[in-house]
Write a protein that binds this ligand. Structure first.
Ligand SMILES: *Cc1c(COP(=O)(O)O)cnc(C)c1O
Length: 371
């Protein structure tokens, strides 16, 4: 039985929605995008929003809109998808990696304190694994140090911390609608903010430095960050399926918990207490993680590791050495390293069947039984 890591849940409804774009002959950003944005802001509770071609460019746009640039440093958790740091590099600023907390593996404020310096301008909490960061700590730290909070909420649509939506705590935040995110438009991203000035900057930056499309007088320098109405049409259908997606992912989590119950070698990811969780992949911490993943692959299950610590990424390791003046002390990123060494992501997409989850659990049990 083949169990892929991920399959986007798209079908006939999305296809019909695409068709309507062609029938109405409106394919670029237009009425469907307006409607999709309105619905998304209703969901997230943010005042303003703009689309971006993908989550990485949404983060870039967010950082740029709040004036982060050359000479600035941004605190980025060591455990996250590399795009969080790449967006910082893209605006010409420098990512400074900080340790993550054991348990949720989200940004650690004690480590932020340690790495915060005279050039630090912003902190980027990443709402990793489809849950939310304990934002009270981040907000208090940022306030005390006078830092801008830029949230990476790529994985956190419809996820709240203490009843408030992820991405609505900081000055500006980014979401992604990539194929493996909670809802997808194939590619796509969104930036949200409650701050009117930031919103104006976003509008200028994404529309060639002007507010209106038809004019060729451009008060500022800007770029093109449009999406298409074809993506928005798909997004609207996906939003309609969001409750069902949540329901199915919750059910899959229960299947895994029952199927792996009592295995001492396997630990489930634990979201922060007051945060909601819509599993993005199914993160576990396992003994012999890499050997287990090889075993799963031999049984047609496609696992994923957790994210490789950013401080040690080939593209960033020189920077880390420079920041820490030489060798990186072994305990500096102990939790991020632990997460990578033990992390295994199991499949959790809405169409995944009980039989497939049973196969995955049986395969894992067989592996540890034989060890
Ligand atoms: C997916 C993701 C991104 C980037 O989004 P893209 O749409 O793939 O560019 C950034 N950060 C995190 C945490 C993500 O999961």
């Amino acid at each position: 039985m083949r169990v892929p890591q991920m399959l986007p849940w798209v079908g006939d409804e999305e296809y019909q929605a695409l068709r309507s774009c062609f029938e109405e002959a409106w394919i670029t950003e237009g009425p469907k995008s307006d409607e999709f944005l309105r619905r998304l802001l209703e969901l997230t509770g943010s005042r303003y929003g703009v689309f971006a071609p993908n989550g990485t460019l949404a983060l870039y746009l967010a950082l740029k809109a709040v004036g982060i640039g050359p000479g600035d440093e941004v605190l980025v958790p060591d455990t996250t998808f590399v795009a969080s740091a790449n967006a910082v590099e893209m605006v010409g600023a420098t990512p400074v990696f900080v340790e993550v907390k054991r348990g949720c593996f989200h940004i650690d404020i004690a480590s932020c304190e340690r790495f915060c310096g005279p050039c630090t301008r912003a902190v980027m909490p990443v709402h990793l694994w489809g849950t939310a960061v304990e934002m009270d700590d981040v907000t208090a730290f940022a306030k005390q140090r006078d830092l801008v909070v830029v949230e990476d909420a790529a994985q956190a649509l419809d996820v709240r911390y203490r009843g408030k939506h992820a991405g609505s705590f900081g000055q500006v935040s980014a979401f992604s609608f990539f194929a493996d995110k909670t809802i997808t438009t194939a590619e796509g991203g969104m930036v949200v903010t409650d701050d009117e000035q930031t919103y104006r900057r976003l509008l200028f930056l994404r529309n060639q430095g002007r507010l209106n499309r038809g004019s060729f007088v451009h008060p500022e320098v800007g770029y093109n960050f449009r999406i298409t109405d074809m993506q928005a049409a798909v997004g609207l259908v996906q939003l309609g399926k969001l409750d069902e997606i949540k329901r199915r992912k919750a059910r899959i989590l229960e299947w895994y918990k029952n199927g792996l119950d009592g295995l001492p070698q396997v630990e489930f990811f634990r979201p922060p207490l007051r945060a909601e969780w819509i599993p993005f992949r199914m993160p576990l911490l396992c003994e012999n993680a890499f050997d287990l993943m090889d075993h799963l692959k031999r049984h047609e299950v496609e696992p994923r590791s957790w994210f490789f610590p950013l401080h040690a990424q080939p593209g960033f390791v020189q920077l880390t050495r420079k920041q820490l003046s030489g060798a990186v002390p072994e305990d500096t990123f102990a939790n991020a390293i632990y997460a990578y060494d033990h992390g295994v992501c199991l499949p959790t997409f809405p169409q995944l069947s009980k039989a497939q989850v049973d196969h995955v659990c049986k395969t894992i049990r067989a592996y540890y039984d034989a060890a």
